[in-house]
Design a protein around this ligand. Structure first.
Ligand SMILES: Cc1cc2nc3c(=O)[nH]c(=O)nc-3n(C[C@H](O)[C@H](O)[C@H](O)COP(=O)(O)O)c2cc1C
Length: 377
């Protein structure tokens, strides 16, 4: 029976445990490039014991960013910053992961602490947002959406492939496509955002075409030995939006196109959600488990899994394969070690790089003198 600290192998990559730092947009990139801040953020989480370490969503085109302070991978000159981060994560025993994305109609946005409102296309920090149909998101996203033409869709698929090629060159060993949270991929799947009448809209089959083609173009350049995964917006929590049952079918389809693992999350294609379970612990696990069982594919989920006993339980019961932590990974760079102590792991400091753990194990000092609260024994 696996537990939270069991290694996990997918394709040619083995993670040292089941704990991932979930992708998180931090609004600290300059000119779309990663810098010392990101090396620190991802490097410290790898040093803190996370097995898989994501950077933020990385945009495949300039208009695929959330805002101008978000990172991208549309140019070879962005590889260097990403490569520095990958080297640090690997040096600390983690596996570096990239999440490729395009924000679609939810781009051109202010930083959260500056208001998180959409910025006008004619403002120097804004741009014309694009999506499957000319349907404005609403709420904080007030500007008109330009419907993508078919040649533009093909250009985006090429941009995914070019981004994957650069990600490989940077040293990433795990590639996730961000098709959730109301961004471009998610919006193609959702009738709330996609009202096209061509081959990319209408039937379920057509609304998944963008995903299949994007996946095919990435798989063609991303080596078979490395995991290719997708964060899928599997439920819009709206009667006219994506239904979870349709997502089970979608993951089975994507598996045929080379998907190695499904990371299930919310559709977020509208603010008008009905009964969103945001305050429930582990609320995505049940959906993840259905996909795992019914499709027969490894599954990861995030959302409210920061309590060690819960995170451990969902792995022990083999409900899902990996636990993605967002806010807990921001709050505590050493979450895995803290969790190991809470769960009475026989050797919590073994999760640290050896040159640190040696001191903790061999120079015990007086009780709690290392600054850790007493373990939950
Ligand atoms: C600051 C912040 C930024 C985020 N940015 C992204 C992102 O770039 N891509 C993504 O897929 N999810 C993003 N998320 C969602 C997280 O990856 C995660 O799915 C979510 O926070 C739920 O996990 P948690 O309950 O452990 O926080 C972000 C979350 C936070 C808190």
């Amino acid at each position: 029976m696996p537990d939270l600290f069991s290694p996990f192998t997918l394709k040619g990559v083995t993670l040292r445990n089941r704990i991932a730092m979930s992708p998180m947009t931090m609004y600290r990139a300059v000119d779309g490039k990663m810098n010392d801040y990101h090396v620190m953020l991802m490097g410290s989480r790898a040093a803190g014991g996370f097995g898989l370490v994501f950077a933020e969503q990385i945009a495949i085109t300039p208009d695929g960013r959330t805002g101008t302070s978000c990172a991208g991978i549309w140019d070879d000159n962005q590889i260097d910053g990403l490569a520095r981060m990958c080297r640090m994560v690997k040096a600390m025993g983690g596996v570096p992961a990239i999440q490729l994305g395009h924000t679609g109609r939810k781009g051109s946005e202010q930083k959260p602490w500056e208001g998180k409102r959409q910025i006008a296309p004619d403002h120097e920090d804004g741009w014309q947002v694009r999506g499957p149909s000319a349907i404005t998101y609403g709420g904080r996203y007030t500007y008109p959406v330009q419907e993508l033409s078919i040649p533009e869709i093909h250009e985006l698929h090429q941009a995914y492939a070019d981004a994957a090629r650069r990600a490989l060159e940077a040293g990433f060993e795990w590639l996730e496509m961000h098709f959730a949270h109301g961004y471009l991929g998610a919006s193609f799947f959702s009738p709330l955002a996609n009202q096209r009448t061509d081959q990319y809209g209408g039937s379920l089959e057509n609304r998944l075409r963008f995903h299949r083609e994007a996946l095919d173009s990435v798989r063609a350049v991303w080596p078979e030995r490395l995991p290719l995964t997708m964060r899928l917006g599997c439920d819009d929590f709206h009667p006219d939006g994506v239904k979870f049952e349709d997502s089970i079918w979608a993951v089975a389809e994507l598996k045929q196109h080379g998907l190695d693992l499904a990371d299930l999350s919310l559709g977020m294609n509208t603010d008008d959600v009905r009964d969103p379970p945001f305050s429930q612990a582990a609320f995505m696990v049940e959906r993840g488990n259905r996909v795992k069982r019914e499709v027969g594919i490894p599954v990861a989920v995030s959302w409210n899994l920061g309590t060690p006993a819960i995170a451990d339980q969902v792995i022990r019961e083999e409900l899902i394969d990996l636990v993605f932590l967002g806010r807990p990974a921001l709050a505590n760079p050493h979450w895995p070690i803290w969790a190991a102590r809470e769960l009475v792991h026989p050797d919590p400091f073994s999760l640290l790089p050896q040159d640190w753990s040696w001191w903790m194990k061999n120079r015990p000092g007086s009780e709690n003198s290392h600054g850790w609260p007493a373990a939950n024994t």
